[in-house]
Design a protein around this ligand. Sequence first.
Ligand SMILES: NC(=O)c1ccc[n+]([C@@H]2O[C@H](COP(=O)([O-])OP(=O)(O)OC[C@H]3O[C@@H](n4cnc5c(N)ncnc54)[C@H](O)[C@@H]3O)[C@@H](O)[C@H]2O)c1
Ligand SMILES: O=C(O)C[C@H](O)C(=O)O
Length: 329
Amino acid sequence: MTQAPVNVTVTGAAGQIGYALLFRIASGQLLGQDKPVRLRLLEIPQAVKAAEGTALELEDGAFPLLAGIDIFDDPKQAFEGTNVALLVGARPRTKGMERGDLLEANGGIFKPQGEAINAGAADDIKVLVVGNPANTNALIAKAHAPDVPAERFTAMTRLDHNRAIAQLAKKLGVPVSDVKKMTIWGNHSATQYPDIFNAEVKGRSAAEAVNDQAWLENEFIPRVAKRGAEIIEARGASSAASAANAAIDHVYDWVNGTPEGDWVSMGVPSDGSYGVPEGLISSFPVVCKNGSYEIVQGLEINDFSRARIDASVAELSEERDAVTKLGLV
Ligand SMILES: NC(=O)c1ccc[n+]([C@@H]2O[C@H](COP(=O)([O-])OP(=O)(O)OC[C@H]3O[C@@H](n4cnc5c(N)ncnc54)[C@H](O)[C@@H]3O)[C@@H](O)[C@H]2O)c1
Ligand SMILES: O=C(O)C[C@H](O)C(=O)O
């Protein structure tokens, strides 16, 4: 180890995504094989013991890049000096819970976490929100970290992006590596819009290669957008390993850059691009370079795409209005 370890804070560390994520971080897959990491795990007090159990297993992995593990139940301590924050822990919707209750309960988590990041994180902090509703939770955290550049707060739509690539490759009978320039627009929810009009398969328009509007409308879009529910139905639990995999992809690309001739999808604060109201955390196509990202500009948006992007963005605006009313942003 030649470099100083990178401090990575993971919230919800004792949960199912945490269990799938931590070993991959320790093995160097989050940041790169030349970067030692120090893990800072945040859990609620009742789950600290379980996080300690995971830490014992991490120790047993004898990972050469793992420089240390600390466990906290206080966000202020957990985000002290943090370079990369993965906000996975969130309040799930329980029976009888209204949408407003869910947003309020998550406000109780993401507001203090935003404040703690503002107070103590490292200057180069990068934040990925995984916990649902991810875009709006990221908006809440961002609102309470006024000293951190807004673009450091991102929400995960990479799982949707990867799902869309896999479904398209399957339809066309090509390897996933042949699919480039996939885009997820909007919210990480059933309104999201996976766009194949700007995607390419072996350099050719993916929409032209598919040439099947009924499949696009009735199978592809709903399949990708509702894949989370399909997994819950089949597995009896929400996606965990694939979500952890997407979190690894998101941060790895943000830190190390996207490949030439391709882009990825990230939920990022809108700068008004593509008519998305400024400040909303919405999914866009982005290219990453030198540790930062830029929204890909100049893509053609046809009427079909426009209507779907607008619907998802309208949902994000409603969520923002709801958390504004609750005084969370
Ligand atoms: N964006 C995406 O693509 C995507 C995909 C899958 C799951 N998710 C979401 O990720 C979240 C986590 O999923 P999971 O399966 O790991 O859930 P889980 O219930 O297994 O684990 C969540 C963990 O978070 C902890 N936690 C709760 N409040 C906390 C707080 N204030 N601080 C720290 N930890 C806290 C809990 O104790 C629990 O251990 C859920 O909100 C889920 O909906 C998002
Ligand atoms: O946890 C969920 O509701 C589903 C999750 O966001 C997913 O996309 O798999």
